[in-house]
Design a protein. Structure first.
Length: 200
């Protein structure tokens, strides 16, 4: 699981033109990683906190990744791109393609297979067999009530990438769609969480 985005003030943090550095890990009920996002010239654009927690109740294991981003010296703009933002790589057995793939994809809109890509669904579900055991993963993405991450499209690929992206619109639907740019002002925080529920 990781957090990144392909266009923050024009800097690509998805493919590595920008750099995300971790300052420290704070242990507690969850693991919190404090850090910052630097552009290609070493300027700090964002302060970040990423937390991971896991619980197991009634046969359902839930892993939650929460992120908080805050501009440091100036406002930042999250550009419209498919490359973002809270993401997971699946085990080869849960993919749709590949030598050991057994996976299926479906979403809350009733779309299945590769067609789930770019859809604005409430959740997306992956199922398949791992080491002879059937596994089902359900992904949801939430934002704080005042967050600018107000809706999510899913950058979900047959080769095992599942990413919740609240910053893309034209990148997914193309055509005459308006580009979705999200501006975060100084002293504003953007908070999101990706929740993965696993049933065996």
């Amino acid at each position: 699981m990781w957090a990144a985005h392909g266009d923050v003030n024009g800097v690509d943090f998805w493919h590595g033109a920008g750099r995300i550095e971790h300052d420290r890990v704070v242990a507690g009920d969850s693991q919190r990683i404090e850090g910052h996002w630097l552009d290609g010239q070493g300027r700090v654009l964002l302060r970040s906190q990423v937390s991971f927690s896991a619980v197991d109740r009634g046969g359902v294991r839930t892993v939650t990744m929460q992120i908080m981003l805050e501009p440091v010296d100036a406002p930042v703009v999250f550009g419209d791109t498919k490359e973002g933002a809270l993401a997971v790589r699946l085990a080869p057995q849960l993919r749709l393609t590949g030598a050991v793939a057994t996976g299926t994809l479906a979403n809350s809109l009733g779309v299945s297979g590769a067609g789930v890509w770019g859809q604005g669904a409430q959740w997306i579900k992956v199922s398949g067999d791992v080491d002879g055991q059937h596994v089902e993963l359900r992904f949801t993405c939430k934002a704080s009530s005042d967050s600018k991450a107000d809706s999510v499209r899913w950058h979900a690929r047959p080769y095992g990438l599942i990413a919740a992206n609240p910053f893309g619109e034209r990148a997914f639907v193309g055509g005459a769609a308006l580009a979705k740019e999200t501006r975060l002002e100084l002293r504003e925080e953007l908070e999101m969480e990706l929740v993965v529920e696993m049933r065996e």
